[in-house]
Unconditional design. Structure first.
Length: 500
């Protein structure tokens, strides 16, 4: 059932734009056909102020925009250079990922041989010292096409949806500078935040801490990543709305402690959210949460009411408008599915748990993890052919450490410029929270039947979940009808009384 708030005009119009952009992934809309269709809708409409007419026009506009963006993302100046080896000038745009045989990192290619350009690519280097994020490298590399489908993963399609059409296989590189501008500011913020929140931590504790705070998985071993996936705790390694809430809340608390007015605190929260998003990078989950947090502060500053559904739609619109291919991204799908489940399903589950002798925090953790597990299970199966079965107990066990870990990390970052020693001490304590999360992932991820990988087992699980849902709905309807039935029976027998 569609929530009532989504049926209001602003929500419907914004949803129409999102649907139109998404349609471009199915069929590219030529500008002439879009113009003819808009004229036909205008001639057929009874009133230009009708919501349906405006929604159709906006859907066409979104469809046309999405088609133009996809055409732009599919163009490549570097593709004709495939097979050639030249000296290239590239800018590393994200932290390198260390694989089993090589280092992989996204870059912007500024020059390839004598060809000047500005195009994203993937740089692959031999294992060894990794270049820094934001570094400008001079590297001798051969332009190659990405690998096709292999072992269930199509690297070529995965990169194409990020606007990358060429892989540069390099051997030697030399650091010649660092990027500037907004990207350079994000690099410096990322380096400072990683240094301040992790302190002198090393190994597994540092890797998990940076994974939760910055969404950076480079310091986590492949075995531990598999444990996080199998246990249903992998979402902790992706920056979520909880991180953004703590960043904004820390700015507001600091303003309150300093005796500053509320509006100054909200401006500080806006700046903190922007800096945090820059430091983490363009991950769908953090962009969605950052947009929602920034809109919340702007709503307070402009004395406007907040609307979580509208904020969610605005986040989806911003991501789709920049890259319509993000609709196929697992992070985008999981993030929005989880948020919708928290808005709709989690409150009902928590209400159903009220009669049980459980602490409120535990009821909330169980309700949220169950709702998110149900909503994301189909996506996990389609994307990764695996469904974690122990996500609810694993998340319930990990929940007590997540908020303290984030709070200590933000506190360490806040005091680092003034008291590095205190910041390092907080980081050491935070390392215990990170070690506890890693232990939860190992324990639950190593249990038998921790996750389903069989199609028959997934089908059986879907039937079981559907049956349980149907029974719960039937039971709820029966309870809702029972009082009316009893009172009708009492009315037919004036001498009786309604049953309690």
């Amino acid at each position: 059932m569609i929530p009532a708030s989504l049926r209001s005009p602003p929500h419907s119009l914004l949803a129409s734009l999102c649907v139109g952009i998404g349609l471009a992934n199915l069929v590219r809309l030529p500008a002439l056909i879009a113009l003819v269709s808009a004229l036909a809708i205008g001639l057929a409409a009874t009133s230009w102020r009708a919501i349906g007419t405006i929604a159709c026009i906006l859907a066409l506009a979104g469809w046309l925009w999405g088609s133009a963006r996809l055409d732009r993302l599919d163009r490549s100046t570097l593709r004709p250079e495939v097979g050639r080896a030249e000296r290239a000038l590239v800018v590393v745009t994200a932290a390198p990922r260390r694989g089993r045989f090589d280092l992989k990192m996204p870059v912007r290619v500024r020059r390839f041989g004598l060809l000047a350009l500005d195009e994203p690519a993937q740089l692959e280097l031999p294992l060894g010292r990794a270049p820094p994020q934001g570094g400008v490298l001079e590297v001798r590399a051969e332009a190659k096409l990405p690998r096709g489908p292999s072992h269930g993963f199509d690297e070529r399609t995965w990169l194409r949806r990020r606007g990358i059409h060429v892989v540069l296989a390099g051997d030697r590189w030399r650091l010649v500078g660092h990027r500037h501008g907004l990207g350079g500011l994000g690099d410096r913020l990322h380096t400072w935040l990683a240094r301040s929140v992790a302190g002198g931590l090393h190994g597994e504790r540092r890797g998990v801490l940076l994974g939760v705070v910055l969404g950076e998985e480079q310091g986590i071993s492949e075995r531990l990543r598999q444990d996080f996936r199998a246990s249903g705790l992998y979402h902790l390694l992706a920056v979520s709305g909880q991180n953004v809430v703590l960043v904004a809340g820390g700015a507001l608390m600091l303003a309150w402690l300093l005796g500053m007015p509320r509006w100054a605190g909200q401006l500080g929260a806006l700046a903190s959210i922007g800096g945090y998003v820059l430091a983490v990078g363009p991950q769908p989950s953090v962009l969605r949460a950052g947009i929602a947090g920034a809109l919340g502060s702007l709503a307070w500053l402009t004395a406007r009411p907040t609307d979580r559904w509208y904020f969610l739609l605005l986040g989806a619109f911003a991501l789709l408008a920049w890259n319509p291919y993000v609709l196929f991204d697992a992070g985008f799908q999981l993030s929005f599915a989880a948020v919708v489940a928290i808005f709709t399903l989690a409150p009902r589950l928590e209400e159903g748990l009220e009669g049980y002798p459980l602490p409120r925090a535990l009821r909330e953790a169980i309700a949220i993890s169950t709702a998110c597990g149900v909503a994301t299970a189909p996506i996990l199966w389609l994307q990764f052919h695996a469904i974690p079965l122990l996500a609810v107990p694993a998340n319930a066990a990990a929940a007590p450490a997540v908020v303290p870990l984030l709070g200590l990390a933000m506190a360490a970052a806040a005091v680092h410029p003034l008291a590095p020693g205190i910041s390092a001490a907080l980081a050491e304590v935070d390392g215990l929270c990170a070690a506890y999360l890693a232990a939860c992932a190992k324990v639950f991820g190593s249990l038998p039947l921790a996750q389903i990988r069989s199609g028959w087992a997934a089908a059986a699980l879907a039937l079981l979940a559907g049956g349980a849902w149907a029974y719960a709905c039937r039971d709820g309807r029966s309870e809702a009808r029972l009082p009316d039935h009893r009172y009708r029976q009492a009315e037919s027998d004036p001498g009786g009384a309604p049953a309690p």
